[in-house]
Design a protein around this ligand. Structure first.
Ligand code: BGC
Length: 801
């Protein structure tokens, strides 16, 4: 007090009042200090309209009218420049009311920003974490939460506010080009993984953005695809993962999807965004569109899609005009603004959080390495070919991706990482020696192939380089010299395009030949062949899996992938991943193969001409989607629900994965044989082998079929043991609650559990059930009543699902 003195204090107080007082004498309001409703009341219509439409985006090849920042001479409020270079989008700031901008960066495999900046000599690399499909295969929610923390920390450290992830769509069909960004064919895994990721990200004080809500399961014509799906399948399969995530992790925002659902754009669907998301599930955050998603800004606002991204001046003007002409109730707009402000007040930029552009990339790389190793799935291990013995130090590495690993998919889910560890480098680092002649031959082959290839276009998938036909002399030499063969098969895909059945789902001729010849040459000399699958989605394996001794599904493991694969091959890490999506015998076994990726409507000469052109120009196909429709005829029978119920044998079933040890299951007990509110199942899992390891334990439920038909079994819970030493046992418990018994009945728009006997099945996979026990529900239950929303037309009703 002495130093400042009373006069000093008085001056500060006067200055504060002056600073908060407008010229007309009214007190200036500030978000954070004054209630949000007062702030909204103080906003002009123009401010509100610009606030709910983002600041645009400079996307190569996209018309500038879509880019607010490039529309000349427009009177825009709250200008924000490129706050974080390479961010996907920003929102308007309104400084007079203390409203800061929000910066959104992609996801979901890591933060996606420019690694270099115009005004800085520094670098701004981010960690490329393993793709979501791999993370789901860990079945380890704690680990996924730690990945989320690391990602969230990079968002914070680089001065952004929201990460555009996790991706939470269901793997309905193996060809969906973005499956690598999504977790699983099962909603429980999707929901649990998503919730853990959201918790991890938001623990850093930044926002997570689960996406793409909802039923966005194909990329072909993605902005014009009408998804027609029965209410039961919608609720039980396509919405359930999002519901779990909203319930357990309460994300700050959600991104609506590009597609239409029952003929209405997701971004314009009041049923989806208000009745289901808010009324039924109690979501309290705001909803943003996918980039350029939805059509009519007024309908978007009315649906409860609060923020239009990346936003344009035209959209803001349309909103202002609609309010002036009384086509849009200003109260609706006020509600949209309020929801965004409520969350904006939690963002780091608003809170004035300091950031240093220096995340601990080394620590994050360690988490990425562990996760990648923990999510790999050992599909085959004939004669204990793996781990490689200490006598197998000389390896012959075949396949392009042995030398140039694929860390993740393309498009917005790609990350600009500082480095990536190839398999060759990972193996060398782990003390293996690679056959030099082969290494050189591949280096020359890849260089020549790349020199001939067309340059990669931004956001487009990178063209795949055909496998080299290894000359027979070279193969024989390598088989003589090396102790074992490694063959890596790689796949890449990304946003805007679906994969193809031939030369992608099915291996190309050159790949088949490579596996057959290499395995033959090594087997003839009593040596082993190991196939590594460096892929983002499901492929065909049944036709060639007999040839190699072992198959390791390494997925796309992020920047540390080479090290992680070497950790597993060398036995430093005992594989503990299991499949979160089924590998069918053949593509046509998948029920959605009948209708994926939908049919183009109103084909006419113009469309045909465009199609011819599109085949040559992928960018054109990307920008010019054709109105199309897909009917989810298979209803709830997606993935293992189909294969197990209809007796179709897969190549590798849901939940499958081998280990270097084995586990015994025993002593399943239920807390009661009658269900009243809850039953707890407890099971003992023992490491019965010789190596330390972890086991993924799955709880399935088979419900009595009454009024509603039921899948043969459904996953209701899962857990992963700690690292068990040989001979060690761990008890695992699972709570079964009323919701786990229930199916969605479209007739009453309610989750209902029918009376009868329920069987708990504890499995090492969906086909390897080790323990089972039953309980009875005496009287049927209505577990939860929901809105009668998203009702499809009659046609799908007749399908009965
Ligand atoms: C993708 C989103 C992404 C957004 C921003 C869209 O094309 O579908 O997943 O977050 O772009 O980059």
């Amino acid at each position: 007090m002495n130093r400042i003195g009373y006069f000093g204090l008085f001056c500060i107080a006067v200055l504060a009042v002056v600073a908060c007082t407008r010229r007309d004498g009214q007190k200036e309001l500030k978000l954070g200090r004054d209630p949000v409703d007062k702030i909204v009341a103080a906003m002009t219509l123009e401010e509100k309209a610009y606030f709910v439409t983002g600041r645009g985006m400079n996307l190569p090849g996209v018309a500038s009218t879509m880019n607010a920042s490039t529309t000349p001479g427009e009177p825009v409020v709250g200008e924000t420049k490129d706050l974080v270079e390479g961010a996907a989008g920003t929102t308007y700031e309104i400084p007079r009311l203390g409203i800061t901008a929000m910066v959104m960066v992609d996801g979901p495999a890591g933060v996606r920003i420019s690694p270099m900046r115009k005004d800085s000599g520094g670098t701004f690399y981010c960690t490329a974490f393993p793709v979501a499909t791999l993370l789901a295969s860990t079945w380890d929610t704690d680990l996924v939460q730690r990945i989320g923390q690391a990602m969230g920390n990079e968002v914070l450290e680089y001065g952004a506010d929201f990460l555009l992830g996790p991706g939470m769509n269901i793997h309905r069909n193996p060809l969906c080009g973005r499956n690598f960004e999504y977790y699983s064919e099962d909603p429980v895994i999707t929901g649990e993984m998503g919730a853990s990721m959201i918790r991890g990200i938001e623990s850093q004080g930044v926002g997570a953005t689960p996406k793409h809500f909802a039923a966005n399961n194909a990329e072909t014509n993605r902005n014009a695809l009408n998804t027609v799906v029965g209410e039961r399948a919608l609720r039980e399969i396509y919405l359930e993962g999002f519901r779990i995530a909203v319930d357990k992790a309460r994300p700050m925002t959600i991104m609506s999807s590009y597609n239409l659902i029952q003929n209405v754009y997701a971004a314009e669907s009041r049923d989806l965004l208000t009745r289901v998301l808010r009324d039924d599930w109690g979501f309290k955050g705001f909803v943003m569109t996918d980039w350029f998603g939805g059509r009519d800004p007024v309908a978007i606002m009315q649906a409860g899609n609060d923020l239009i991204m990346p936003g344009s001046v035209d959209q803001a003007k349309a909103i202002m005009k609609a309010v002036q002409e009384k086509r849009l109730d200003e109260a609706v707009l006020n509600q949209n603004v309020t929801r965004i402000l409520d969350m904006l007040a939690r963002t780091p930029r608003f809170r004035g959080a300091r950031y240093g552009n220096k995340p601990d990339l080394k620590a994050h790389a360690l988490v990425a390495r562990q996760a990648a190793a923990d999510g790999m799935v050992l599909l085959k291990n004939g004669d204990a070919a793996l781990p490689l013995s200490s006598g197998s130090k000389n390896l012959a590495a075949f396949g392009n991706t042995s030398y140039e690993i694929i860390t993740g998919g393309t498009g917005s889910g790609d990350v600009n990482e500082a480095y990536s560890v190839s398999l060759a480098d990972g193996l060398k680092g782990a003390g293996f020696k690679l056959h030099e002649g082969l290494r050189k031959a591949y280096a020359e082959y890849l260089e020549a192939a790349k020199a001939q290839a067309k340059p990669a276009q931004p956001l487009m998938p990178r063209p795949v380089i055909r496998e080299m036909a290894v000359p027979s002399g070279m193969l024989a030499g390598a088989a003589e010299a090396a102790d074992a063969a490694i063959i890596t098969i790689g796949r890449n895909s990304g946003e805007g395009f679906d994969r193809k059945e031939e030369n992608d789902f099915n291996l190309a001729r050159a790949e088949i030949d490579l596996i057959r010849k290499v395995a033959g040459a090594f087997r003839a000399r009593g040596k082993k062949t190991i196939v590594i699958l460096n892929i983002g989605g499901v492929i065909e394996t049944a036709g060639w899996r007999d040839w190699p001794d072992a198959i390791l599904l390494a997925w796309q493991g992020g920047q540390e992938a080479g090290n992680s694969i070497a950790d597993v091959l060398g036995g430093k890490v005992n594989p503990s991943g299991k499949l979160a999506s089924t590998f069918p015998m053949k593509y046509r076994d998948v029920p959605s193969a009948r209708n994926f990726p939908g049919v183009v409507l109103e084909a006419n000469d113009r469309a045909a001409a465009e199609e011819a052109q599109d085949e040559q120009d992928m960018l054109a196909a990307f920008q010019r989607p054709k109105p199309s429709r897909i009917v989810y005829e298979e209803g709830i029978y997606v993935g293992y629900r189909y294969f197990e119920t209809f007796g179709v044998a897969p190549a590798y079933e849901f939940g499958y994965g081998l280990s270097y040890t084995s586990f015994d299951y025993g002593g399943l007990s239920l807390s009661s044989s009658k269900f009243s509110g809850k039953v707890t199942a407890t099971v003992q899992v023992k490491n019965a082998g010789k190596a330390a390891g972890r086991e993924v334990v799955q709880l399935y439920l088979s419900a009595p079929a009454g009024k509603l038909h039921k899948p043969a079994l459904e996953l209701k819970g899962f857990a992963k043991t700690r690292l068990l030493q040989p001979g060690e046992t761990q008890a695992l418990s699972f709570d079964i609650v009323p919701r786990n018994l229930a199916s969605f009945d479209p007739a009453s728009s309610a989750w209902v559990a029918e009376a009868g006997t329920y069987t708990v099945k504890i499995g090492a996979s969906s086909r390897d059930i080790r323990q089972s026990a039953s309980f009875v529900l005496d009287t049927g239950l209505t577990v939860k009543k929901e809105s009668a929303a998203l009702v499809p037309g009659e046609a799908i009703r007749e399908l009965g699902n």
